[in-house]
Design a protein around this ligand. Sequence first.
Ligand SMILES: [Zn+2]
Ligand SMILES: [Zn+2]
Ligand SMILES: [Zn+2]
Ligand SMILES: [Zn+2]
Ligand SMILES: [Zn+2]
Length: 435
Amino acid sequence: MATQAEELETLKVIFPEPVVSERSAHFELAIELTKPVDIFAVPDPNDSLSVSHLPLLTIHFTLLELYSSNEPPSVTLRSTRDWLPWYIAHELEAAASMMWEEYGHSSILFAFISHFQETAGTGFGFGWLAVSSSCLTYLVEYDRQTACDKFKKGSHECTICLMPKTGQECYSMEHCGHIFCMECLQEYYNAAIQSGEIDNVQCLSPNCGTETLTTHDHREKKVRHISPGELLQIPLERHVVQRYVVVKRKKSLDVDKSTIWCPRQWCQGAANGNKYPKPTETSQEQEIRLKSWNRLFICEDCNFAFCNCYLDSNRAQKQAEDEASLKYTTAHTSLRPKCQAHVSKISACNHIRCTQCHTHTFSTCAQRFWKQATPYRHCNTKRTPYYHSLWVLEQGEDENEGTFGDEVSRQEIVVYRLDQERKRRARMEARGRVV
Ligand SMILES: [Zn+2]
Ligand SMILES: [Zn+2]
Ligand SMILES: [Zn+2]
Ligand SMILES: [Zn+2]
Ligand SMILES: [Zn+2]
């Protein structure tokens, strides 16, 4: 029978970097899973994922004086973030004593380690683990990182150039796992995107997607375009990927018979009516509204909202309306620097909130407002020219309201209003109401 010292000494030879003292040893054990393990989050078991790699476990052996003749070894298992559930850890720790009995009180450290590795390899006998949701995130990230490291350290043959390449030079496709060298992928996809043949931007394996299909399905194999995110990972240059997105969208719109095009001659953008989901109510009034919603389209490029009937009106009429709308927009709206939208106020006060970029401004103040969280402070702050300017046009004292011609510039309006405001305050002060 081996002595305690001999047994601990042998651990040093077999396992990497064990920390061995007179009566104890601890070291990290890698787990080789024979098949993927499902990980469930507690308390939400719907949140589950499967992993193929588990982090290292630390195993502690403590040997009492009378080990192994009269006492079993004491075993403790530790895991980063306690990913190994306590009930499994307890069961394994208890197994050491049972084994010691079974082996007739002899040295069992090695037998225990192989028992442990065998159990761990099958997912600790369960094939699944229940952990906290933060731990689930940790395990999934560990699995992803380990798989990535393994891939990079390996060597692979590119099926396009037929050259053996290192993992660093290769890319494994996200959906199917087919492996190609980055150089071949970049060359092929760049050429396809430049020439506008975006249907070729898919996995380059000729059998991809057909391995699991029956012969009947073969003819109906669908093109699975590579996502822009994946193209950036390969990596393709950003401007190339941007072109891919634009061309792909345009092709889809061209093919889609339901696409309505913006009637403005200078725009010709797409106006997708599906942006407005149908209401679910079925009462008569709502049906009427539903019908009218079906006719409303908004151009995705210039935001022009138009009724479907407008498309049927004649060319000259459309052109005249186009010009009129452009003229009106230029004369009566201001341009938001942030989103380039034309805005004008719709209700009586001077506050304007852009429905696109949600910035606040005041029609009396040409500049963008400084504090977007508290816009009204703009006209509530004393000793500023804008104090009480929110309703300036509504006050009866603005005798000349309505005399602005369409040609008056914004700047003139602001100056005029400031002048009015100064007069108003002077009058109020004269009446003894200090503001
Ligand atoms: Zn290649
Ligand atoms: Zn593939
Ligand atoms: Zn348009
Ligand atoms: Zn209409
Ligand atoms: Zn805006």
